[in-house]
Design a binder for this molecule. Structure first.
Ligand code: SAM
Length: 216
């Protein structure tokens, strides 16, 4: 049965960190690698889309303890777990969809998102990335770590499966349900370029998990 996005993560809060770090292939490498891409300047301002319990932030604070973070997530449970881990850090948490939260203009040095954006279509992402592009300072950049479809056929299959499941279960609202619909790297790149990013580079990959850097 499909579950609403926030419910899905609330229901899996127990053991979430252990699950990510032991069952997701190469997590021991991609969290530190992602953190290393973020700025090390003192007090820099970072936006984390779908921050969850803050696994990427754990690695990042080792490199830059003075960073100021705005973390957005749909799940209050995940955010409460994050808050407990980093009570001494400068973190603003927003329990909401990142599609709905205003990000401001030229507010952030950099942004990051890990394992959160593989649930959305290219059409949904272009306006989100446009808002993100506007929110970055000049020279700012977005580090996206996520898993991707390895072919157009795979991407279409995930999207068709979701449509079929929603029809079977009589779901006809526009709420986000948890079902993975990763884009291909090519389509993700197109979404970022359409949103105005000047360059989009693949930094590294482990199988289907890629780290992409999009520069304002
Ligand atoms: C697999 S977890 C990843 C969390 C964290 N970045 C990590 O790597 O451990 C995906 C997170 O994205 C959040 N999420 C999914 N869709 C979202 C949305 N539209 N707005 C805000 N958060 C969202 C979920 O609530 C969940 O906490």
């Amino acid at each position: 049965m499909l579950e609403k996005m926030a419910d899905f993560f609330e229901n899996r809060l127990d053991g979430y960190d252990k699950h990510m770090l032991t069952n997701i292939e190469s997590a021991d490498e991609f969290y530190p690698y992602t953190a290393k891409q973020l700025p090390t300047t003192e007090n820099c301002h970072i936006l984390d889309l779908g921050c969850g319990t803050g696994l990427e932030l754990e690695e990042y604070f080792l490199l830059n303890p003075s960073a100021r973070i705005m973390g957005i997530d749909l799940s209050q449970g995940m955010l409460s777990a994050l808050k407990k881990k980093f009570s001494d850090k400068d973190i603003t948490l927003v329990c909401c969809s990142y599609f709905d939260v205003p990000f401001g203009v030229c507010s952030f040095d950099s942004a990051v998102s890990v394992e959160s954006l593989h649930h959305f279509t290219k059409e949904e992402k272009v306006p989100l990335y446009t808002k993100l592009h506007r929110a970055l300072k000049d020279g700012g950049y977005f580090v996206l770590t996520d898993y991707f479809s390895l072919s157009d056929e795979e991407e279409q299959m995930h999207q068709q499966n979701l449509i079929a499941l929603k029809a079977e279960q009589g779901i006809d609202d526009d709420a986000f349900y948890h079902y993975d619909t990763p884009l291909t790297v090519k389509h993700e790149t197109e979404a970022l370029m359409e949103a105005g990013f000047s360059s989009v580079l693949v930094l590294k990959n482990w199988g289907a998990t890629y780290i992409i850097k999009a520069v304002k």
